[in-house]
Design a protein around this ligand. Structure first.
Ligand SMILES: Cc1cc2nc3c(=O)[nH]c(=O)nc-3n(C[C@H](O)[C@H](O)[C@H](O)COP(=O)(O)O)c2cc1C
Length: 192
């Protein structure tokens, strides 16, 4: 059987992003469990704000097509995104919107969401750890007909959640990360 490939997508471009930091820890955990992990930055896939006229005039931007193909080349996808005003940041929503418009040859539109497992995580300085944005992100992905695994991680008080080796230090966070990573691998394997 070929190696199980997982794509990790941080949903923030900010220098020192708490979510990019959590994405790095998740990528390490997934690799420790045997997955072949690619961690990307959405900075490498810049996209205009979705506009139907733009799509009609110029088609779906190449970066959305490339990102969709990158997702298609993996068996599972983990999105680690911040919470903005109790919801998903525009970067993440806009990226999903464009990717959902990609139609590759011999494929139905949206197959990239239907054909693989998704996991979601968030990091925030707040007590809820981005729980509300995770609910919104789950809804968006489910609307795209994605299989979103039940286990998720909302990392509270995120800048003090690590030890000096950049590992999660609180048992509940370690447990939630492990459960999410194991389930993502398990469900991705079953969808291969
Ligand atoms: C526009 C905006 C809205 C925010 N709303 C929330 C929120 O609803 N809940 C929350 O926990 N944090 C909120 N925050 C704080 C972010 O969680 C915090 O800035 C976080 O560090 C952003 O993620 P990043 O570090 O990965 O860039 C908000 C930040 C911004 C810029």
């Amino acid at each position: 059987m070929s190696a199980l490939k997982i794509l990790v997508i941080p949903g923030s471009l900010r220098t020192g992003s708490l979510n990019a930091r959590l994405a790095a820890v998740a990528a390490y955990e997934l690799a420790q469990l045997g997955a072949e992990v690619s961690r990307i930055s959405l900075a490498d896939f810049p996209l205009p704000i979705y506009d139907g006229d733009l799509q009609t005039k110029s088609g779906v931007p190449k970066n959305a097509v490339n990102l969709k193909r990158m997702m298609s080349a993996h068996h599972g996808v983990l999105i680690v995104a911040p919470e903005y005003n109790s919801s998903v940041p525009p970067l993440v929503k806009n990226t999903i919107d464009w990717v959902s418009r990609v139609q590759d040859a011999q494929e139905a539109r949206g197959e990239v969401f239907r054909g693989r497992a998704f996991a979601i995580a968030a990091a925030s300085e707040g007590r809820l750890g981005g729980t509300r944005s995770l609910a919104a992100l789950r809804l968006i992905l489910t609307a795209c007909q994605a299989t979103v695994i039940p286990n998720q991680l909302a990392l509270s008080f995120a800048s003090s959640a690590y030890d000096d080796m950049e590992r999660l230090k609180h048992p509940a966070d370690i447990e939630a990360m492990g459960a999410m990573a194991r389930q993502l691998i398990d469900v991705s394997q079953r969808m291969m």
